[in-house]
Design a protein around this ligand. Sequence first.
Ligand code: KPL
Length: 298
Amino acid sequence: MSEVYILGCGAIGLLLAEKLAQRHRVILITRDSSQTEYMLISGQKQHRLNVDVTTLKQLNKKIQTCIVPVKAYQIEQAFKDISPHLSHDANIILSHNGMYDLADIQANLKSKQALFFLSTAMGGMKPAPNTVIFKGPGLTQLGACNLPAQDNLNDIYQVLFSHHFDPFETIDDINLIRWQKLCVNIAINPLTAIEQCHNGALRAPKYAKQVLNLLNEACVIANLEGVKLKLNEELVRAYKVMTLTANNTSSMAQDVKLKRRSEIDAICGFISLTAQKHGHHADINDKLWQQIKQKEQA
Ligand code: KPL
């Protein structure tokens, strides 16, 4: 049994906490220490998560393993907050949608601190701040972002993820899985946010052209960046996630509905800006980026 800290109590943070708490001591680092009970609803069943809760201010010892499942635009602050509390050889596991440049974080790590990226297609939705509804299984993948993480990858997999996570993979090429997850989010998140529909609804023929065009642009830009994505494979992946999480409301659909900031900058915005960098256009991604920004500001 080890101790796992989770900074960020979003849907994915709570889904990870529930699985890890079956074998480990899980400590959620929250802003609000008055919230001490967290619940998981899966089908007709509901249970209380077996987790402890603390705040950054209350942390009084160095953390060995910390998962940081926050939004892409919160990573910088989250990392600043948690850094002073990490042990000199801590394992830090980031998990977010969209693309975020990890260079600054990597540059600020101590030489033995290991940085990982965890990508998951599990579906979760929070109907209340302390409750997550499990909305569908999905592949979870873990990869190393620096040399210490490469050395620890197998140990972290064995200790934390070899039980209760199914399907699960460790991955050599972290950049590839980040792009693959980006494609899933490009295909699903903005359209579900605009239509306010479940992920599964996007399988209807009326959305096929848009999904195809969005992913085609993403694959062209990935290839320009040296990442060999194939359109047919990204389409299969996106439609598979739509099916596995058919009843889920994507994180962006929830953000737009609740008038919260979404991750669109790191999803369609990233494609649009990277296209510009190469002297190209990504008009369909650009259009959805603007549409979601307008909804955020409304
Ligand atoms: O990552 C997701 C999200 O909602 O942000 C998917 C995989 C699309 C599940 O809903």
